[in-house]
Design a protein around this ligand. Structure first.
Ligand code: ZN
Length: 513
């Protein structure tokens, strides 16, 4: 580029970065409010917090859709053809422009209507849960579906009514790309689930003995630190529904919950959130303060939490190192339990009604059920009235269990009752598929990773993830990130291979299961 053109481009990029950095700072501030709300805020603070959060949200929305920003983005986009598409600057222009266009398409009055609807819908869901009665929330769910369809209509040209909703959390994904992947996964999972159901179950009663809270928290934090979660640039607090949240690249917080009569619940939740946290802590500092300083999508984010929670912390090499330490922490409950018995117990596979309680084999069947039903609801092929029965029938077909009441079925997850219908579930399963594909690629590059894990070291794995995934933030779309990191597009094969190998050994399944 000529020096005059370069000068103009630099000036535009500087102005653009200034505006985006201010928006990013306001978003960080709204995250402080959210973090406080779900950790330390007294319940009586709810109404003041509601006002503060929505005032901030309004300012962020105004700035994110301002005409000035639009003009700068258009001017910057003129330089894209001459730029390296993988550079930080080109990625910033591309991603910021996409965010701007998406935010601008949705009218302010819709945002307000939707937000006031979801707060009443959430309350109706809480009432329905208390009464274990779906009919209490059914009319609100119908309205959520109508509003979700209306939202989708702001993106004309979408091939499917669910696509704009999916695109919102998993850019580049659609019903057309997810449908075949999920179909193949579903066909691959059913025989494994059925084969395991016919086998005898390992003993896991010792997981439900008394495990004092403080000692559980200390152990979880010690493992998270060994994984590579940096407590100097983050912290851990208690929350009813654990989450991780980013206030800035150097302030990424995690939360957990601990039950004294369930050892795996707290530990797995801590390590899951540490995975989310390490992802955001690993983002290149050069991206800090820009819209690129965040995870690529809900699928990629979930791949990072599940990788540490399942591929690492549910593996035998990991426990060969950490089980003696866990035993020392809880001698009353774990004395006399072998590492093998512990490994079998935390990998017990058993169909359950509840998604969040399910094991890594059956989990994705819960997710795909929700995905398929929400697509049918949006298409108008399934009515709200028929939803509970469709849910129960599918549970019975896939998992052989039938929920006794709505609380164990259609009312169990809050997602449909506090947000759009569509777009919220696919990321969980995409994440599981990616976690296995990333882990297999890391092992190909560094076969010593398993031996390192057995010594309680994770530098190679953490370093690989940082180079291939963490540091890029939102620079690349899911398909590009997966291709760059693993050399292949996303497929179900690594995940199904992982399950078959692991559970054939655990349950003595036929090799061709
Ligand atoms: Zn997660």
């Amino acid at each position: 580029m000529e020096s005059r053109t370069l000068g103009i481009m630099d000036a535009i990029l500087r102005q653009l970065r200034d505006i985006l950095s201010e928006i990013n700072a306001l978003e960080g501030a709204s995250h402080v409010l959210t973090w406080d709300q779900f950790t330390y805020m007294p319940t009586s603070g709810a109404s003041a917090r509601g006002r503060q959060a929505s005032a901030l949200k309004r300012v962020i929305h105004e700035k994110s859709t301002s005409a000035d920003l639009g003009k700068l983005l258009d001017a910057a986009a003129n330089f894209l053809p001459q730029m390296d598409p993988d550079s930080d600057d080109a990625s910033l222009i591309r991603v910021a422009r996409r965010d701007f266009e998406r935010a601008s398409r949705v009218p302010d009055d819709f945002v307000e209507r939707f937000s006031s609807h979801t707060s009443v819908s959430y309350m109706a869901w809480a009432e329905a849960r208390a009464a274990d009665d779906f009919s209490v929330v059914a009319p609100f769910l119908q309205r959520s579906i109508d509003l979700s369809r209306e939202y989708s209509g702001f993106f004309p040209g979408a091939a499917h009514v669910a696509d704009p909703l999916i695109e919102h959390s998993d850019p580049g994904m659609s019903v057309a790309t997810i449908g075949p992947l999920f179909g193949e996964l579903h066909r691959g999972l059913l025989p494994i689930v059925r084969d395991i159901a016919a086998r005898s179950q390992p003993e896991d009663g010792f997981l439900y003995h008394h495990y004092p809270k403080k000692r559980q928290i200390d152990f979880g934090a010690m493992v998270a630190r060994r994984f590579g979660y940096d407590f100097e640039r983050g912290r851990q607090d208690m929350a009813l529904h654990p989450f991780s949240i980013t206030l800035g690249v150097d302030d990424v917080r995690i939360t957990t919950r601990v039950k004294e009569d369930d050892l795996w619940e707290g530990l797995s939740s801590t390590l899951h959130e540490a995975g989310h946290g390490m992802y955001e802590q690993g983002i290149d500092v050069m991206l800090d303060g820009t819209p690129l300083a965040s995870g690529a999508s809900s699928g990629v984010h979930e791949s990072q939490s599940r990788l540490w929670e399942n591929l690492v912390a549910r593996s035998l090499p990991f426990w060969e190192c950490f089980f003696p330490l866990l035993q020392k922490q809880f001698p009353e409950s774990l004395q006399g339990v072998s590492v093998d018995a512990f490994y079998r117990a935390i990998n017990r596979v058993e169909p359950t009604f509840i998604r969040t309680d399910s094991d890594e084999v059956t989990y994705n069947l819960h997710v795909m059920l929700r995905f398929d039903l929400e697509v049918q609801l949006l298409e108008g092929k399934l009515s709200v009235h028929d939803l509970p029965e469709a849910w129960n029938e599918r549970m019975h077909q896939d998992l052989g269990v039938c929920p006794e009441s709505p609380n164990y079925g259609v009312l169990q997850d809050v997602h449909w009752y506090c947000d759009h219908v569509g777009g919220a579930f696919q990321g969980y399963t995409l994440g599981n598929l990616m976690s296995a594909q990333f882990f297999a690629a890391a092992l190909r590059d560094h076969p010593e990773i398993s031996a390192e894990m057995a010594l309680g070291r994770f530098n190679l794995l953490h370093g690989w993830l940082t180079r291939k995934i963490y540091r890029h933030g939102r620079k690349f779309s899911d398909d590009k990130l997966v291709l760059r990191a693993t050399g292949q597009p996303l497929t179900v094969t690594p995940f199904l291979d992982y399950l078959k190998n692991k559970y054939s050994a655990l349950y003595g399944l036929a090799a061709n299961a």
